[in-house]
Every structure is written in C-alpha cells, then in structure tokens.
Write a protein that binds this ligand. Structure first.
Ligand SMILES: NC(=O)c1ccc[n+]([C@@H]2O[C@H](COP(=O)([O-])OP(=O)(O)OC[C@H]3O[C@@H](n4cnc5c(N)ncnc54)[C@H](O)[C@@H]3O)[C@@H](O)[C@H]2O)c1
Length: 314
C-alpha cells in the first residue's frame, strides 16, 4: 500500500502536487535542486491552502497539519529512500528526466513506484535506458494545472506494470479526490492535451480569419460545447445528439476546418510581439498589473466552484 510520497521538483506543478498529497494526509518529501525554490515552496503551498480556507473547503488546523507533513530536501537520497511513490515534475527535457530516473533507481527501494508528470515525452523514450524490472514500476501520471483544483490525472497503463501496482496507484489518486483516466497507448500528449489542442487549433483559426472577436469566440465555447463538456464527455454528447447527425455534420464541416500540423501563425505573431498572455499582461485579452491577482483569484474560484458542483455527479 502506498503511504509515503516523494515529489521531485517544486516548480509550478511540483509544489501543488505535494500540497495535494499532504492535504489528504500523506507524508510528503520534496526534493528540489534550486535553493530559492526550496525556500519558497512551503510558502507557495501555504498560499494554496489559504485560498482553500478562504473558500471554506479547508480549515486553519487542517492547513497547519498538512504543512507539517511536508519536508523539503536539498538532496535526493533522503527524500526518496523510504518513499512508496515518487513523482517527478522537473523540466520537460528527456536528458534531465532520464538522468533523474538513473538516480532514483539507485536511491529508492526496489518496489517504489516511479512516476513522471511529463506532458509530451513518450514513455518509451523516458524508460529507454531502464531494465525490465524498473520499467515495470515506472509510469506516467499526468496532472493538470492548477493541480490543486483540476481533478483529472491521466495514468499510463501501457508499460509492463503489473495490474495490481497500477490499481494501487489508481486508488492513491482516488484517495486524494482525483479522477484518474487510464491511458492504454503510449501516445504523445495522452488524452486531454490532444483533445484540448484539437479545440484550440480551431479557436485560433477562427480568430485568424476574423470570424468573431476574442470575447465572442470564447463565449461560443464557454456557453456552448464547453458548457456541456463540464458535465458530459464528447462521446456521451455524440450519443445524445445521434451518431447519424454527427456523421452528416462531420462530412459537411470538417473539410472546411483548420487541419494545420503546426501551432497557429497568429500565436507565433503574438509571441514575437511579446504578448504572452497573463504573464506579460497582454495576450488575446488585457491583464493590467494592479488587477492580476484578483483576475487569478476569480479564475481559481470558478474552478473550485465547478469542482464542488462536479462532486454531485458522482
Ligand atoms: N506547467 C504546467 O501547466 C504543466 C502541466 C502538466 C504537466 N507539466 C509537466 O510537469 C513537469 C514540470 O513542469 P513545471 O511547469 O512545474 O516546471 P517548472 O519549471 O515550473 O518546475 C521545475 C522545477 O524542477 C526543478 N528542477 C530542475 N531539475 C531538477 C532536478 N534534477 N532535481 C530536482 N529538481 C529539479 C527546477 O528548479 C524547478 O523548480 C514538466 O514535465 C511539464 O511538462 C506541466
């Protein structure tokens, strides 16, 4: 049974992943190589908990107890030597991840499950240098950002991991109120990012052709397809609409839609102009410096509300 967790890398994803496990009672060790990130990690998790306390889904006592369950390490070995489950969230570079896996294999007990939060590196590449026994305890567990609010975690089930180990990991994620999706094929982007890119490609293309302004395109998505998607998956939606209708509309529309195999030229242009979205203050919309924190809080509040409502559909 998985009892003790280690998280490697305490950046955007790692600190939030650690916070989630600790919130639900797991002792968590965090190994981070960069001193400044180590020093701010607990503060960032504390802020995450403060938001949950403000919104009434956590209390101050629970927050303090959860923070006490987190230990930060400057060395790998003491962080992972007694871990049952290790998840890495270091930068998306194959050489870094493979190097880390070598060290993990040396430092963890032989039965520790080793997971990667990679968004785009194939499992076969991640594990290319491993022996069969180590491959069998390695998997991809892909979280979604912001990790403390999005319930999805995609779990790979395409290595040679024994089913009982996979089921243990699935149970671990259910115990922290995540919604695991089991992925059967080693495909880049797994499920959710591929689905999202499909939608995003058409959205950027609609902007590029001037079909509507940014607000109206997002309105069409939020109050149309995405409104259903929050409760009902695409395959259920297709069933409700009738597969015959989806067939006819697909034949009529798909040939007229964007099929580009690269990111949108409009995105490239914005990147060139330094318009990177929220972080630079301008993307498709504007984010004035003095309002950024409140805009972010509103985004998180909407996600939390949706998370709470989604629990009613269990
Ligand atoms: N950011 C996202 O929205 C998102 C979503 C899902 C998955 N991911 C994936 O999660 C992983 C991490 O992404 P991120 O956005 O959190 O990155 P990040 O750059 O914010 O954080 C990475 C952290 O790892 C630390 N680090 C680097 N090398 C290390 C090492 N060898 N040992 C320990 N710590 C090390 C860095 O100092 C940094 O703090 C990537 O694989 C990424 O593709 C990211």
């Amino acid at each position: 049974m998985i009892k003790k967790i280690a998280v490697i890398g305490a950046g955007t994803m790692g600190h939030a992943i650690a916070g989630c496990f600790a919130r639900f009672g797991y002792p968590v060790s965090v190994y981070e190589s960069f001193e400044e990130v180590r020093n701010t990690c607990k503060e960032k998790i504390k802020n995450q908990y403060a938001f949950l306390c403000e919104e009434g889904v956590m209390d101050a006592t629970g927050s303090e107890a959860a923070l006490d369950r987190i230990a930060i390490y400057a060395d790998l070995k003491p962080a992972v030597q007694d871990a049952d489950y290790v998840i890495e969230a270091i930068p998306e570079r194959l050489d870094l991840k493979q190097g880390l896996f070598d060290n993990l294999i040396e430092s963890c007990p032989a039965e520790t499950v080793i997971a990667s939060n990679t968004s785009s590196i194939a499992f076969s590449d991640l594990t290319a240098k491993m022996g069969i026994a180590d491959k069998a305890r390695t998997m991809v567990c892909h979280w979604y950002n912001p990790a403390h609010l999005i319930p999805l975690v995609e779990l790979s089930c395409f290595g040679n991991m024994p089913e009982e180990t996979y089921l243990e990991v699935e149970a671990l994620y259910r115990s922290i109120e995540k919604r695991p999706a089991k992925v059967l094929k080693d495909i880049p982007g797994l499920l959710a990012n591929r689905i999202q890119q499909g939608v995003a490609r058409e959205v950027f293309s609609l902007m590029e052709m001037g079909a509507a302004d940014a607000k109206d395109i997002d309105t069409a998505l939020k109050y149309g397809p995405a409104f259903r998607y929050a409760t009902t998956g695409q395959l259920e939606v297709a069933d409700f609409g009738g597969l015959d209708i989806w067939c006819i509309v697909g034949d009529n529309l798909l040939a007229a839609m964007d099929r580009s195999p690269q990111a949108s030229p409009l995105l490239r242009e914005k990147v060139k102009e330094g318009k990177l979205g929220f972080k630079s203050g301008e993307g498709f919309f504007n984010y004035p410096e003095g309002q950024k924190q409140e805009i972010l809080n509103q985004f998180n509040r909407r996600l939390l509300k949706q998370l709470q409502v989604s629990k009613q559909y269990d």
